[in-house]
Design a protein around this ligand. Sequence first.
Ligand code: UD1
Ligand code: PEP
Length: 418
Amino acid sequence: MQKIVVEGGVALNGEVRISGAKNAVLPILFATLLADEPVAISNVPHLHDVVTSAKLLAEIGAGISIDERYGITVDPTTVHSQVAPYELVRTMRASVLVLGPLLAKYGHAEVSLPGGCAIGSRPVDLHIKGLQALGAQITVENGFIKARASRLKGARHVFEMISVGATENVLMAATLAEGTTVLENAAMEPEIVDLAECLRAMGAQIEGEATGRIVIHGVERLHGGSHSVVPDRIETGTFLVAAAMTGGRVTACRARPDTMEAVLDKLVEAGAVIDCAGDRITLDMQGRRPKAVDFTTAPHPAFPTDMQAQFMAMNCIADGVGVVTETIFENRFMHVNELLRLGADIRVDGHMAVVRGVERLSGAPVMATDLRASASLILAGLVASGETTIDRIYHLDRGYENIEEKLSGLGAKIRRIG
Ligand SMILES: CC(=O)N[C@H]1[C@@H](OP(=O)(O)OP(=O)(O)OC[C@H]2O[C@@H](n3ccc(=O)[nH]c3=O)[C@H](O)[C@@H]2O)O[C@H](CO)[C@@H](O)[C@@H]1O
Ligand SMILES: C=C(OP(=O)(O)O)C(=O)O
């Protein structure tokens, strides 16, 4: 099994090009199923989850073509199955996002229940309730969500709590419903906005996607189109934290500063000098040690759960004590035990972790437990003395494109072995 070896102690310096966002491209790939002509997606990151999505689309009959720049064109006209099997859904939770598009387009769909994962239980009841509000008949049996509707009907639906995935599934389904749908208490993550932009390029009529109240006027059909995926705010944040932790100066190019204000504010609070110019974000730590920051994860525009582990790593070597509160997932502190192995001082109490910054971490073998936990261990390795070897890095390949090449380009001593 492959591992990543990091040798700590180098201040990162230089420019890094940000890839398209994993959490935007996956729903967008499934949204192409709604069209009745091919849809071309560009700025697609090379990620394991993208490969899994393409496999799922191919499995149900969609045509997939990939150009030399990794742009993906999906031809949905050849789809012949409306069943998403367990083997594919199991490896990638985002597969549940085929439910809304298949149901809206074909009037029926069967999608395996995704189940939980390392970071929490991750139910789909809000997806189901939202689709039921549009008139779908849904049963859950033999581990599958089975949905039917002759044609979905627009309705007003209030989500009980904010859910990114449920908002995406119901938004996609509503584009082909009869009449108008109003989604209240909807998620407003930049990835939702990007999905709405792609759907509009296919002819959907959507308003308010950045406001928490989305209005969708259903249309008879969606046509082909093209869309470029929004830059990955979590990848951007991860590189900026790497610069902050190592006391370096890094420019993230082809980024979207307007999608990550809460993260940039916390980096400034940690003592970074940040300059945003167009699609470039430069973080200059001027050799300083970061100051510890308190933060609470919550839906956008608040601090994102997908940056919690990376900021926890920063607090581990920061000056002072930082209190981290995780409100989205009940088990997203799995990196704590591994950070402790590197010499961190962290005390977990329920949803809170109190991190007391130490002067130095020391390298050790550690194990990645999930995607962002893997990133936090690399970050910790960048500032630990000696070598840190990170095992189970397949999690990392789900969500970061060429992370070791990109970090090496900034001067980090990092390599993949095995
Ligand atoms: C609001 C939020 O930050 N969502 C994050 C969540 O999206 P993802 O779409 O995976 O999860 P949701 O946004 O749906 O989950 C938000 C919360 O709602 C609960 N829930 C969700 C669906 C449902 O049917 N029933 C239910 O109870 C979840 O358990 C969770 O506590 O994980 C992604 C991957 O880390 C992140 O990119 C998203 O930013
Ligand atoms: C946990 C994540 O993704 P997923 O929802 O695909 O597991 C993530 O992007 O941090």
